[in-house]
Design a protein around this ligand. Sequence first.
Ligand code: IMP
Ligand code: MG
Length: 178
Amino acid sequence: MKTVKVHDKTFKTFILHEEVVAQVRRIAEQLNEDLKDTKPVFVCILNGSFMFAADLLKHIELPCEVSFVKMASYHGTNSGDVKELIGFNESLKNRHVVVIEDIVDTGKTLQTIVEKLTELGVASLKVAALLLKPGVYKKEYKVDYVGLEIPNDFIVGYGLDYDGLGRNLRDIYVYTEE
Ligand code: IMP
Ligand code: MG
């Protein structure tokens, strides 16, 4: 077990990189199968999903476009209001859209995104989330592809941050009291 200090808090290894990329690969294979004969647009939710998106897209064998949206919801370790910092592109109308999200916690971010994409008139919508906290997520939308389900703990690494730091960590770490 390895620990890292991010700001004032200590985190310990939780999911190793190899396990993460195995799940990413599995999701990519499902998407290749489920979306065959389409030309999807992958919409990556910044900042947290950049690493997941980069690894996932390397295994996508479909002709596809990649686009980015920036949402912010977290202040410290508490889920707050969702703000759209870089918006959606109108050209998503009638397109098959796959949302790439790092983690679904309360689902506020996801709900905002799903509502917005529905308004834009997409042809179909799938959501791929690397991580899901089922103990917290109580919204209606069923996340289509989930890498791993995790307990309601605060994590960092592989794109996820604690107040701006920790996104570059290769493994995923969980907050620990000691
Ligand atoms: P939600 O709107 O509550 O579902 O929160 C979603 C966003 O909050 C995610 O896209 C992450 O960027 C961030 N987030 C949620 N849980 C964690 C965590 O455990 N560590 C770091 N960021 C998190
Ligand atoms: Mg995020």
